[in-house]
Design a protein. Structure first.
Length: 52
């Protein structure tokens, strides 16, 4: 069960990081994004979707 959860978190983080980089907002900040937690990435995603 823990392995499945870890894999789901890893995939979600990968999606969010790709989305944020492709949005143009975080070009060159891949190292910064990789250090964020899933919750922090979700917040960045929500902020981007809300504010454009």
């Amino acid at each position: 069960m823990a392995t499945i959860l870890q894999e789901a978190i890893k995939k979600r983080k990968g999606f969010l990081i790709s989305f944020l980089v492709n949005s143009g907002r975080y070009i060159g900040d891949l190292h910064y994004l990789n250090r964020l937690t899933l919750s922090e990435l979700e917040k960045e995603y929500r902020d981007l979707m809300k504010n454009g």
